[in-house]
Design a protein around this ligand. Structure first.
Ligand SMILES: *Cc1c(COP(=O)(O)O)cnc(C)c1O
Length: 433
């Protein structure tokens, strides 16, 4: 990028320079570094409702929302009060508290497939643990995942398809042992035939199929009609566990997640993000006979010093207790307006754009072809997205700093916020032409 004579973001730049001398890449999670959009990351000083403020005092309508957890917006009053009260009672005991049972009961009520629940500290930990339990239960080591789905950074999931559909998975990161990757088979999202081919080449060796029922980590890609039903049928037929990664879709697609929307019962479910209300929480659970294997009930070891932490459970409880039909109606309305408005603006200005949306998660893909899987998502013009992102940022809108992410709405976003965002989009498209 060209050096500007005077930056709009001098404090963020200074803070990033200091961070980069001590934190690898200046951040604690890669996407935050703005590398994909050719910019310096903004340092956030505070958030309230749908608005965040950066270190230089600029305000933005936030569509990252901590990457999904903040379905009620930043710092809702009731949550802040509940957290302060919980902190005053003690932040961690390493002993059971009633809060864990209450949150688990709430989860099971919203998602009846969750007959037993184990809390952990992140989505990554939930997926890693679910894979261990699934392998133990089926006595099969191989798992299937879909290209473009993200299941956290555990070794077994940092895998892409090798050359040719029958080959072993290959690591997507140095440091992942080939031996850890070779038991992960990679299928194509929305393509049941690709699953059948893998199963035929590895008969009775696959213990679990992991899927984001609504893909969110290649940008939003909803499941085709019959895709999830097909996976359920295949898994039941072959004695394979169906594991839904609802870390994003849980409590967002509906109070009961994608499994409620599509009426499909997975064997195991992984949760994160909203379940922690902005604090670090993950959970895995499902069929009681499978979860009975988890220690100390059974032999599958999995533990955590801060698992079920009282502050984290308090934030999760507050967030789930405040879900309501009204909230989902509001989110659906804003999501439809944002998606439709972005598509209209692009059409008017001759920008090739495909807007995928599912409720309150929206991705504008800079491509003229429909996006249904990883291959079609990867065809998007990331340079065009980067320019769009920078234009939006200058106009007071904070979209995700990558083409391949969802824009997240919250109950704190208003119709006015969406109209302001669409005006910023129109102005950005106009000047970039
Ligand atoms: C975010 C995410 C994860 C990982 O959760 P972390 O809390 O970041 O470890 C796993 N699966 C999906 C679908 C996610 O979106």
């Amino acid at each position: 990028m060209l050096r500007r004579s005077r930056s709009r973001y001098p404090r963020s730049e200074k803070l990033f320079a200091a961070a980069s001398r001590i934190l690898p890449g200046g951040v604690d999670s890669p996407v935050r570094a703005f590398k994909a959009v050719g910019a310096t990351p903004l340092f956030v000083s505070r958030g309230r409702g749908a608005i965040i403020e950066d270190a230089d005092g600029h305000k933005y309508i936030d569509f990252v929302m901590s990457w999904g957890p903040l379905i009620h917006g930043h710092a809702p009053k009731g949550l802040v009060k509940a957290l302060a009260a919980a902190a005053a009672r003690g932040t961690s005991f390493g002993a059971p508290t009633e809060l864990e049972t209450r949150l688990a009961q709430r989860v099971a009520t919203l998602m009846p497939s969750m007959e037993r629940v184990r809390f952990v500290n992140s989505g990554t930990e939930a997926l890693m643990s679910a894979a261990r339990v699934a392998r133990a239960f089926t006595a099969r080591d191989k798992i299937v995942k879909f290209e473009g789905c993200y299941h956290g950074h555990a070794d077994a999931f940092l895998v892409k398809a090798g050359s040719g559909a029958m080959t072993l998975g290959v690591p997507t990161s140095p440091g992942v042992a080939a031996s850890a990757a070779q038991d992960t088979l990679v299928a194509r999202y929305n393509d049941l035939d690709s699953v059948e081919r893998l199963l035929a080449a590895n008969p009775r060796e696959v213990g679990a199929i992991f899927v984001e029922p609504i893909a969110g980590n290649m940008g939003v890609v909803p499941p085709r009609d019959g895709f999830l039903e097909g996976l359920r049928r295949i898994c039941t037929r072959d004695g394979i566990l169906l594991v839904f990664d609802e870390v994003i879709s849980g409590f967002r697609a509906a109070a009961g997640g994608a499994q409620q929307v599509f009426g499909i019962k997975p064997d195991l479910t992984c949760l994160g993000k909203i379940i922690g209300g902005g604090l670090p929480v993950g959970a895995y659970g499902g069929r009681a006979d499978i979860m009975a294997l988890v220690a100390p009930s059974g032999p599958v070891y999995q533990a955590g010093t801060l698992s079920g932490n009282p502050l984290a459970m308090t934030a999760g409880l507050w967030s789930l207790e405040n879900l309501s039909p009204r909230l989902y109606r509001h989110l659906a309305k804003l999501g439809a307006r944002l998606a439709g408005g972005l598509a209209d603006a692009a059409r008017v200005h001759g920008v090739p754009l495909q807007v995928n949306a599912f409720g309150s998660v929206v991705t504008p893909f800079f491509t003229s072809e429909p996006v249904r899987d990883y291959e079609s998502a990867a065809a998007a013009d990331t340079e065009a997205y980067a320019a769009f992102f920078r234009g939006m940022l200058e106009r007071g809108v904070y979209p995700p700093p990558s083409q391949f992410e969802g824009w997240f709405l919250s109950g704190a976003h208003t119709e006015r916020d969406i109209e302001k965002t669409l005006k910023a989009a129109r102005d950005t498209f106009k000047t970039s032409r």
